[in-house]
Every structure is written in structure tokens, then in C-alpha cells.
Design a protein around this ligand. Structure first.
Ligand SMILES: Nc1ncnc2c1ncn2[C@@H]1O[C@H](COP(=O)(O)OP(=O)(O)O)[C@@H](O)[C@H]1O
Ligand SMILES: [Mg+2]
Length: 235
């Protein structure tokens, strides 16, 4: 089986400071991979390198076998990689509905996403439909940015720390939503420091430390070996 997303030998740097060293992982269709690591381990940089915002110095980023490493961000997005960065940017002076409409376009994913479908799958956004996005709470903005990225019908969705800074009840709602997307067949990579949250939603785990993948396995294998958490994740 061809992996939906395959990253291999990925190096990335900010100026003279190299941050990623041969990052390698694969995600099979329909899986949710948790990319776990401490603050500063290289999770966001991995996503920026995949999405083309920080062009990699070396390596391969293949979507369904097509190498996209070093392509412009708009080309990578159009090829089917949806990216929700950690800062949850919305168009604040536009309504929730407009934020979704702006992003609606065909893509390679099988979800047939459009604005109406987004409101079906994200019922918490329905009463907010006409509200200015700048007036949403953090959790509501997170849901909106996830919904908006789905409007481009991506093959793979990269979610950078979707639970960060949100109250426990909202984190649980975001978790429900990610599980629902997985059940619909969406392929997801989730960057997280919060291992409790991602073990509840992911199927696969990759642990990153100092810019290198140091462990890879299923959620069951991860749970069975507490030494991995002790070594790479606890602060
Ligand atoms: N814009 C930047 N310029 C220089 N260094 C950066 C920049 N962004 C991140 N870094 C550094 O790269 C390393 C990895 O950061 P990052 O990918 O944001 O980690 P994570 O998302 O896992 O917390 C850290 O040492 C961080 O300080
Ligand atoms: Mg980060």
C-alpha cells in the first residue's frame, strides 16, 4: 500500500540553526498519527517544512507517492495537504459562514466537503454561523480553522496543537471532532505535547526529540511502554 503521506530524510533550518535532522515517518490512509514531543522538539517545524512554509534543506515529502518537497505552499495545499497552524488564524471581520465559503474548493480528499456539510459535521458552529469570527472563543476558533481547512478537501490534514490553551471541556469537544473525522476516513497528523489528549484520538504515534524521530509505533505499543513517555515526553 502506498502511504498517504511519507516523509523521509527531512532536514530543516532557521538560518544557520538546523532544527530537523532526517525526520522520517509515514501515515497510511485513514490513520491519525500523533506527532508527540516536548516543547521545542521540532513538531511545528516539521509541519512548516511539509507545508512548504519553511522549505526543507533536504528530504522527501510525498503525498500518495508524489514528491512535493520544496514546492511553494499554495502548490502543496492544492496537491492536498491541509495545514492548521497553532495560531488559529481566522478572518476576524468576516462571519463564520464567510470564513468557510472563502476556503471552499475542490481537492483530492474523498470527503466532498462544502459549507453545508461543515455545519452538519460541526454542529457547534451552527448557532455561530452569522457571528464575526473575531468574536469567537478560542475553542470555537479552533473548530472553525479545522472546518475551514477541510473546505479545500485535503487528502491529509496537519493539525498543530489543537488542544493548546483550551479548557478541558472544549478539549474534549475537539477530541470528539477529530475522532469523527477519522471515522469519516480523513487522514490526520496531529502535533501534541498533551499525551492524554492525543492517545484518545490517534491510532499511531511518532515521537520527535531534538529534531529526530526517536520512536514509532501504534497507540497500543506506546501505551505498553511507559519508558518512552518518561524519556521523551515528561518535562
Ligand atoms: N522562527 C524561528 N527561528 C529560529 N528558531 C526557531 C523558530 N521557530 C522555532 N525555532 C526553534 O526550532 C526548534 C523547534 O521548534 P518547534 O518546531 O516550534 O518545536 P515544537 O513545535 O515541537 O514546540 C526550537 O529550538 C525553536 O526554538
Ligand atoms: Mg509547536
Amino acid at each position: 500500500m502506498t502511504a498517504e503521506l511519507s516523509v523521509d530524510g527531512l532536514d530543516a533550518a532557521y538560518g544557520a540553526s538546523q532544527v530537523l535532522f532526517g525526520v522520517k515517518f509515514e501515515v497510511e490512509p485513514g490513520e491519525t498519527l500523533a506527532l508527540m514531543g516536548r516543547n521545542g522538539a521540532g513538531k511545528s517545524t516539521t509541519f512548516k517544512a511539509i507545508a512548504g512554509l519553511l522549505p526543507p534543506r533536504a528530504g522527501r515529502v510525498a503525498l500518495r507517492g508524489q514528491d512535493l518537497a520544496g514546492a511553494k505552499p499554495y502548490r502543496i495545499a492544492r496537491a492536498g495537504i491541509g495545514f492548521v497552524p497553532e495560531d488559529r488564524q481566522v478572518f476576524p471581520e468576516h462571519t463564520v459562514e464567510e470564513n468557510l465559503e472563502i476556503a471552499q474548493k475542490p481537492g483530492p480528499g474523498g470527503g466532498n466537503w462544502n459549507v453545508e456539510r461543515a455545519f452538519e459535521v460541526f454542529p457547534l458552529l451552527v448557532p455561530l454561523r452569522k457571528r464575526m469570527a473575531g468574536r469567537l472563543s478560542g475553542g470555537e476558533q479552533q473548530m472553525l480553522t479545522i472546518a475551514r481547512s477541510l473546505m479545500g478537501n485535503p487528502a491529509v490534514l496537519l493539525l498543530d496543537e489543537p488542544s493548546e490553551g483550551l479548557a478541558p471541556l472544549i478539549v474534549a469537544q475537539i477530541g470528539e471532532l477529530i475522532r469523527k473525522l477519522r471515522e469519516m476516513g480523513t487522514t490526520i497528523v496531529l502535533a501534541e505535547q498533551n499525551s492524554r489528549f492525543c492517545l484518545g484520538v490517534a491510532t499511531q504515534v511518532a515521537v520527535i526529540d531534538k529534531g529526530t524521530i526517536v520512536w514509532r509505533g501504534s497507540v497500543e505499543q506506546f501505551r505498553a511502554d511507559p519508558s518512552i513517555q518518561a524519556r521523551y515526553l515528561q518535562v
